[in-house]
Design a protein around this ligand. Structure first.
Ligand code: URA
Length: 191
């Protein structure tokens, strides 16, 4: 109950947010969604076209792939939590800037504090960069570390960080779907 109130307050704050310029061009902010008691939290990059329209994370092409990957290890969206580094869509889906990441990530930090996931799966390079830095891990090329499990000690206990390719890679390189499927198996063995 307490967690729901906390997350509700955070979502309201995100709706009113003007910490960077992206509020000017967004249709809807995308706070995140899923179970507040999730063992695993997925962290993507930023809302795209459909996410911005609907106010929900991963509801476009990449979202369809994410749903399939979750299904391949017997997980449903409602059991996990899905968030992004940025809560608002960068115009034309350009990369997030350092300023935007700095302004927005206190929301992601707060979400992680509320949910306290045992496992954090990063989706794509911006998420990898932010999460590895936050937990004091040395980052490397995603091609080297995807699907590996990194353990970190935090005041909330040991957490596992699993870097994954962004599901969108499978839309322009179908061969990557198999890599993602294997990495999701490794992820599912974590909890
Ligand atoms: N890509 C992301 O990184 N996040 C979304 O929510 C959708 C697409």
């Amino acid at each position: 109950m307490y967690n729901e109130e906390e997350m509700g307050r955070l979502e309201e704050e995100i709706k009113e947010c003007r910490r960077c310029e992206l509020w000017k061009t967004r249709t809807n902010p995308v706070a995140g969604e899923g179970s507040l008691t999730a063992k695993v939290m997925f962290v993507g990059e930023a809302p795209g076209y459909y996410e911005d329209l609907k106010g929900r994370p991963f509801v476009g092409k990449a979202g369809k792939i994410l749903d399939e990957l979750l299904g391949s290890v017997g997980l449903e969206r409602s059991e996990v939590y899905i968030a992004n580094v940025l809560k608002c869509r960068p115009p034309g889906n350009r990369n997030p800037t350092t300023i935007e990441i700095k302004a927005c990530t206190p929301y992601l930090d707060a979400q992680m504090e509320i949910i306290e996931p045992m496992v954090i799966a990063t989706l794509g390079n911006f998420s990898l960069g932010y999460i590895f830095d936050k937990f004091g891990l040395k980052s490397d090329k995603i091609s080297k570390i995807h699907g590996k499990v990194f353990k970190v000690s935090t005041i909330a206990g040991v957490k596992k960080i699993v870097p994954l390719y962004h599901p969108a890679v499978a839309t322009y390189n179908p061969g990557m779907k198999e890599v993602l499927v294997e990495d999701f198996k490794a992820l599912a063995r974590c909890f």
